[in-house]
Design a protein around this ligand. Structure first.
Ligand code: PEP
Ligand code: MG
Length: 581
């Protein structure tokens, strides 16, 4: 038995076979070139070299593994020789005066996306081949010695051609298994995590990643046991083996011995019992022993999460991270597509509030087709509302969809990454324009509440001014902590410096809640801190109106609320950070 440790980010015990996810992500920075013609020549030379490599590989494979298996290299040759592929690369180089590497990556994305969207399963498989062969081309362009890695072979194991695909749009088609698996990867981007087929993933384990990364947050929303920062090898010593993941303790057992199997099975049964017990709290109000109510809402990333929200008795949706709609696609969702999704969410929640956050792309949530410039400090860069305000058409499309959908339920709109009044005024102008566009089309729309996230220190400090301009606040403690303590939320090496109980964080939350109440508006918390049971008493004492957490955390929090006496709590609480009195 091998035992590996990491940080548990979503509790629960998963048992099953391990699948090591060896992803093939191809990337290249965009660079301007002075002589695009010369760059095209460089691209053509690289193609010739790659073609020679492929014919050598074909011959070798033919002798060693037979014609059927060797055929993969023929397919790769055909892609490289394909007129459409070549034309696209050269068009990008000449049209934008950019480097060949970048043009190859863009072309690979486009063609892989086209294949992935095809009806025919065989054609969908070709998406991975486009990426594979483009990776070879990139290696040649960079002068790297491309290993003899055989495309289509996954961590040394032949991938069955008929196995189910885990990513929903068939993007990474080498990513298969014929049973639900414990997925182990170096890292997963939020755009990959959001596309995982949750019926096929028992648990997520990553070597990289911090508990506050969106990948970890998504695992929590999906409610599957997850461990990040795991010191686990990504090779044959774990791939395909039986594994047990203890998401609470952050431990992974490979080839567990009998005693461990037995102990974990018992722990899993005990967990089931606890879950049963929690289910008895369904239908109860969230009210403290001394009668203080609080709203418990769910955070979701997708309408697929609505079921879990309802199952766990969410009073509403406090944060619908709408950017995941954009991340799981190859191109911008249209107004109509968005309208249908927001309407479905509003209707499914049957009159309960659904707070939909406008797109918060940027930082770790990269979305290729946005064509964003690479940034030195993306967390401080063009993300969230900054993209919306600089690219108003994208923003207004979403606003029109949201206003239209708001007729069908209690939709509220929430704007992320606000720092000041100027942004709010500009948002207001753009919202007016979007409404006028709907008027001109004779389209009906509602009058949704509009609130903001308080997730920058600037917004928190002037929350007295902001409160008069919006309908509600929701405090995003993930980013607020990152910006307040200057600790990158993605960087697990900084975990020792990420003090989520830092008095500065708690004082700021208190300040925001106070300022909201003075202006007569609600203040909730939708960052991960909202689910921390050690702080529930503090939040109640501060008068926080709403906690929005991943669906699986709602009932455990309800239990704590039901057992809390806020007036007693005020007497015994730690006074380190001072208020409330
Ligand atoms: C936050 O920053 O706390 C938040 C809820 O938003 P996100 O985690 O999506 O950045
Ligand atoms: Mg945030």
């Amino acid at each position: 038995m091998q035992v590996y440790h990491g940080k548990g980010v979503c509790g629960g015990i998963a048992m099953g076979r391990v699948l090591v996810y060896g992803k093939k992500k191809i990337q290249a920075d965009q660079e301007k070139v002075k002589d695009p013609e010369a760059e095209v020549r460089r691209y053509r030379e690289a193609t010739d070299i790659a073609l020679v490599q492929l014919s050598g590989l074909y011959e070798k494979a033919l002798q060693e593994v037979g014609e059927t298996n060797a055929a993969i290299f023929e397919i790769h040759r055909m892609i490289l020789e394909d007129g459409g592929y070549r034309k696209e690369v050269e068009h990008i180089i000449l049209g934008q005066s950019v480097n060949a590497e970048y043009a190859v990556v863009r072309t690979a994305d486009k063609f892989a996306g086209m294949f992935a969207a095809m009806e025919d399963a065989y054609m969908r498989e070709r998406a991975a081949d486009v990426k594979d062969v483009s990776e070879r081309l990139l290696a040649v362009l960079r002068g790297e010695n491309m290993s003899e890695r055989q495309p289509g072979v996954f961590q040394g194991r032949e991938v069955s051609a008929s196995g189910p695909v885990l990513l929903q749009n068939g993007k990474e088609t080498s990513f298969r298994a014929d049973e639900p698996v414990i997925l182990v990867a170096e890292d997963l981007a939020p755009s990959e995590t959001v596309q995982l087929d949750r019926d096929r993933v028992l648990s997520l384990v990553t070597v990289q990643g911090s508990p506050y990364s969106h990948t970890a947050i998504l695992a929590g929303t999906m409610g599957i046991p997850a461990v990040v920062g795991a010191g686990i090898p990504l090779d044959g010593s774990v791939d395909g083996k039986r594994g047990i993941v203890d998401g609470t303790a952050g431990v992974i057992y490979i080839d567990p011995d009998e005693e461990t199997e037995h102990r974990m099975r018992k722990a899993r049964d005990a967990e089931k019992e606890r879950a049963e017990l929690l289910r008895t709290l369904k239908g109860r109000q969230n009210i403290t022993l001394d009668g203080q109510p609080i709203l418990l809402y769910a955070n979701i990333g997708n309408i697929r999460d609505l079921d879990a929200a309802l199952q766990n008795d969410a009073g509403g949706i406090g944060l619908f991270r709408s950017e995941f709609l954009y991340l799981e696609r190859e191109d911008f969702p249209s107004e109509e597509e968005q309208f249908q999704i927001y309407r479905a969410a509003a209707e499914a929640m049957g009159g309960k509030r659904v707070v939909i956050r406008t797109l918060d792309i940027g930082a770790d949530k990269e979305c290729g087709y946005f064509g964003m410039e690479k940034e030195e400090n993306p967390a401080l860069g063009c993300r969230a509302i900054r993209i919306c305000l600089t690219r108003p058409e994208i923003f207004k499309t979403q606003i029109r969809a949201l206003f239209r959908a708001s007729i069908y339920g209690e939709i509220a709109i929430m704007y992320p990454m606000i720092t000041g009044l100027k942004e709010i005024r500009r948002i207001r102008e753009l919202v007016e324009e979007a409404k006028q566009e709907l008027d001109a089309r004779g389209e009906a729309y509602g009058n949704p509440e509009q609130g903001i996230m308080i997730e920058t220190p600037a917004a928190a400090i002037i929350s007295d001014l902001l409160a008069g301009e919006v309908d509600f606040f929701s405090i995003g403690t993930n980013d607020l902590t990152q910006y307040l303590l200057a600790v990158d939320r993605q960087n697990s090496a900084l975990d020792g410096f990420r003090d989520t109980y830092h008095p500065a964080v708690l004082r700021m939350i208190h300040l925001v809640v106070d300022n909201a109440h003075k202006a007569g508006i609600r203040a909730g918390i939708c960052g991960e801190l909202a689910a921390d049971p050690a702080l529930t008493g503090e939040f109640l004492a501060m008068g926080v109106d709403e906690l929005s957490v991943s669906p699986g955390r709602i009932l455990p929090l309800r239990r704590i609320i039901l057992e809390t006496d806020v007036s007693e709590y005020r007497k015994t609480r730690q006074k380190e950070w001072q208020p409330p009195v």
